[in-house]
Design a protein around this ligand. Structure first.
Ligand code: AMP
Length: 396
């Protein structure tokens, strides 16, 4: 893996694709700086090595070209503050002014280009647009893991305009890739994957891929009920994808054939309504009464899953075990999070990825008790599904 540590940046202009797709409030202030904070070590290192930095990113999903709401100018002060350096800005990512600013950049200086998605060519992966962007830098650095699963102009297509020794991954990307590789290609057994969340249809490919790698797969969340129904259980009005029942049966058979322990919950916390103040009962997961829905895993499943997790050496967690946003249905998710922390404390490697499990681990302030929390949900899943990402293979 080629990173900024392998290249010479002295007197070079580094064009760095970052993920500064940050949330802004009504006053256009950055309300969560996580993504900017993550990119600071890469920027600082290039400057330390004698280079200058041209930052490029997308922000939101602008439909109609330049829009104030999606302008990256709103992020300049935050970047500058976190970096401890002035940051110049150009209100177009290509064009004369942008080129004259990037062309005149001195070592130690930082320039931010306007939102790449003000050009529809960015998401289309337009080759001419990518070439125009490439003119800004001598070296291309990709540090935007969140968009590494997209073949956009700035994330993948652009790499062809740089020689092999003039492109590399930044630290955010390198850390993400190393941590996923550790789980997918270098997993110490027993490897347990915990897959939850709302829909089985979103997670089919990942479950199939994981069957080639994991010893145990623990299923939870809304998607469990499609499996339960496929096995002949009654699930009341729980979430279910009826068109995926055959698929659930196939996955169960495949796991058996491959010798993978595919765990389906055995009990559930059920409610008469999708609300925190609904009436609540606990029951076997395959005996949910008419009019009731399963919103969390219950005691027996929590105990089984916690035991499996604590005996694991490698753990991957994607997706909550229940509706953890509501306090009455968060126990399963919280218990799984705690079991992962316990296993990590005893030497297991744990990777948490995918929006809602990251939200859960943060809700319980446990992020510093697991091995790695991935920043890119879609990119993480696609990396596991395909074994690589366009943004990574473009550099290789
Ligand atoms: P996903 O984005 O697919 O990982 O799904 C996460 C969402 O699934 C969260 O917002 C959870 O509240 C929801 N969820 C988890 N378990 C259930 C369940 N049993 N019934 C309905 N929604 C659920």
């Amino acid at each position: 893996m080629k990173t900024i540590d392998n290249l010479n940046f002295l007197n070079k202009r580094a064009l760095v694709r970052v993920d500064f797709n940050v949330p802004l409030n009504d006053h256009f202030e950055v309300t969560d700086t996580t993504r900017i904070v993550a990119a600071i070590p890469t920027i600082k290192k290039i400057i330390e090595l004698g280079g200058s930095v041209i930052l490029m990113s997308h922000l939101g999903r602008p439909k109609e070209g330049p829009t104030n709401k999606y302008s990256l100018k709103h992020t300049v002060n935050t970047i500058s503050h976190l970096l401890g350096l002035p940051v110049d800005f150009t209100d177009d990512c290509i064009g004369d002014e942008a080129y004259s600013k990037s062309g005149a950049l001195k070592p130690g200086h930082v320039l931010l280009l306007e939102n790449l998605r003000f050009y529809k060519e960015e998401e289309k992966g337009d080759v001419d647009f990518a070439e125009k962007l490439s003119k800004h830098g001598d070296i291309y650095v990709n540090d935007a893991f969140g968009t590494a699963h997209r073949s956009h102009a700035s994330t993948a297509v652009i790499a062809q305009f740089f020689a092999p020794d003039a492109k590399c991954l930044g630290y955010v990307m390198a850390n993400e890739v190393a941590s996923i590789d550790k789980v997918i290609n270098g997993a110490e057994a027993p490897f347990t994957a915990i897959v939850g969340g709302a829909k089985v249809s979103d997670k089919i490919l990942i479950i199939e891929q994981l069957m080639n790698k994991a010893n145990n797969i623990l299923i939870g969340g809304g998607m469990a009920f499609t499996f339960v129904k496929a096995m002949g259980g009654t699930i009341g009005k729980s979430l279910c994808e009826d068109d995926k029942l055959d698929l659930a049966t196939e996955l169960l058979a495949k796991a058996k054939a491959k010798g993978v322990n595919l765990y389906i919950p055995t009990d559930a916390v059920i409610a008469d309504n999708f609300a925190n103040d609904a009436a609540i009962q606990h029951c076997n997961i395959n005996e949910i009464p008419e009019g009731w829905m399963g919103l969390d895993i219950s005691t027996e499943t929590i105990n089984t899953y916690s035991e499996v997790i604590k005996n694991s050496k490698t753990i991957l967690w994607n997706g909550p075990m229940g509706v953890f946003e509501m306090s009455n249905f968060e126990n399963g998710t919280k218990a799984v999070a705690l079991a992962i922390c316990e296993a990590t404390k005893h030497g297991a490697y744990s990777l948490i990825g995918g929006g809602d499990s990251v939200a859960a681990i943060n809700k319980y302030n446990l992020a510093n008790q697991v091995s790695y929390v991935s920043t890119g949900g879609g990119a993480l899943l696609e990396y596991i599904e395909n074994g690589t990402l366009p943004g990574v293979s473009a550099i290789d």
